[in-house]
Design a binder for this molecule. Structure first.
Ligand SMILES: Cc1ncc(COP(=O)(O)O)c(C=O)c1O
Length: 415
């Protein structure tokens, strides 16, 4: 373990990471209208409470060292660096991923190899072991995510990592971390990371926690007063946007024109080769602790009420989607401890048409369509056909009714 902890310089990093093939869906040219409701939660004062509880408190109580970062991606990078990841090393990441899950490894100059995932997005441990056994750069870390807030058992992976002297980074970016809402997740890995900006009405925020015997370089820069003010301003702007009665009377029919498909790629898709982080990774923020205002706000959100509301919205989407032809919930049951981040739905056929119909209907639908190419059949299928719908706590009943109707209308037309 002697090489662990060596920090990579940006130049070494640029030379270090072998290129990946990235396949990306480009929405330009489709003319998709703006979603009727913001995809991320906005501030609602009726969802705040007087007493404060920091999201990471339960982790600190469980003996972990908890550190603030500006975003989950920078927390992830710090965890990888502390695992000894740098030029000449390898990180194993899930084949179904968003770019911010691999940006940190690329920024450190490491090779990223993709292990296959199961249809429910669990780790295919056999494939992971095969990958690790391949000759090449030594594996220093494995990233495993609890996708959409649905926990996966990490016991077998943890045992394998311990036997191989490989660090496990438990990616809890889709998990609500809060002492008042125990999910049972976050304490399996050597490191854990979270992305409070996905659950709380804030502009930034990332968390890293680790076992106390491990050495981690904390983020040591605080945002300037101007950056704090800008963050507060954006929070208020987003709240105004979310509360504005902007629902159109009816969902518009298809508006745009689909660019032509090529032989190899679906319409809108392009492929590139890249060895550097995406444009959404800002090295200048990597050492930032994130906004103090955002931490204050997150600590004052009524987390149990948030969890209950997210669960309720999830069930409403499930019930509606049961009537939609050729659409299947990835997680048709909602176990008691789960606080969903989004609602993942699988489009079984006419994928492009169904996705576009939702987009033109102004439903805030997303998917991970900007992803490295791998040999994982599940990731290959899900990249375009697994869509994510929001179930966050700021959506009010009127907005939810509208969303359900708009989506149902769009889906029913495509039998
Ligand atoms: C699974 C997963 N991990 C990590 C991240 C990075 O989190 P952040 O956006 O806070 O940088 C994301 C963000 O989308 C994610 O979905």
């Amino acid at each position: 373990m002697s090489a662990r902890g060596a920090a990579a310089s940006p130049l070494a990093a640029a030379a270090g990471a072998p290129p990946l093939r990235i396949r990306r869906f480009n929405p330009e040219g489709f003319g998709f209208p703006r979603p009727a409701v913001p995809v991320r939660p906005w501030l609602r004062t009726d969802q705040l409470r007087r007493s404060a509880q920091a999201p990471g408190q339960a982790l600190a109580d469980a003996g972990r060292v908890v550190l603030p970062f500006a975003m989950g991606r920078y927390a992830l990078q710090a965890a990888l660096r502390a695992s000894g990841v740098g030029p000449g090393t390898r990180v194993l990441a899930p084949a179904y991923h968003c770019r911010s899950m691999i940006d940190g490894a690329l920024a450190l100059g490491a090779e990223v190899a993709f292990y296959r995932v199961t249809p429910s997005l669990g780790v295919d441990l056999d494939h992971l072991q095969q990958l690790a056994a391949q000759r090449g750069r030594p594996v220093r870390a494995v990233i495993a995510a609890h996708s959409f807030g649905f926990g996966q058992s990490l016991q077998a992976l943890l045992a394998w990592c311990a036997a191989q002297d490989v660090r496990l980074v438990e990616d809890c970016s889709h998990v609500l971390m809060h002492p008042a809402v125990p999910t049972g997740l976050g304490l399996a890995g050597d490191f854990g990371i979270a992305s409070p900006n996905k659950f709380f009405p804030v502009e930034d925020g990332g968390l890293l926690w680790h076992q106390p015997q491990l050495a981690v370089q904390p983020a040591d820069r605080s945002p300037s007063p101007l950056a704090e003010l800008r963050g507060a301003w954006r929070t208020l702007q987003r709240a105004r946007q979310g509360q504005a009665p902007a629902m159109p009377a009816a969902a518009p029919a298809a508006l745009g024109h689909r660019p032509a498909a090529t032989d190899a790629l679906a319409a809108g898709d392009s492929e590139s080769v890249c060895a550097t982080p995406s444009d959404h990774f800002d090295e200048a923020l990597a050492r930032s602790r994130g906004q103090a205002g955002a931490r204050w706000l997150a600590a004052h959100v009524d987390a149990p009420a948030m969890a209950a509301q997210r669960r309720r919205r999830y069930q409403q989407w499930l019930q509606a989607a049961r009537q939609w032809p050729e659409v299947e919930a990835l997680y048709p049951a909602l176990p008691d401890a789960v606080v969903p981040y989004m609602v993942p739905l699988f489009l079984r056929s006419r994928v492009a048409e169904r996705f576009e119909a939702l987009k033109y209907a102004r439903v805030p639908v997303g998917r991970w369509d900007d992803m490295a190419v791998s040999d994982c059949p599940v990731a290959g299928r899900y990249r375009l056909s697994l869509v994510h719908l929001p179930c966050h706590q700021a959506i009010d009943d009127t907005q939810m009714d509208w969303l359900l109707q708009a989506a149902t209308h769009a889906m029913a037309r495509l039998g």
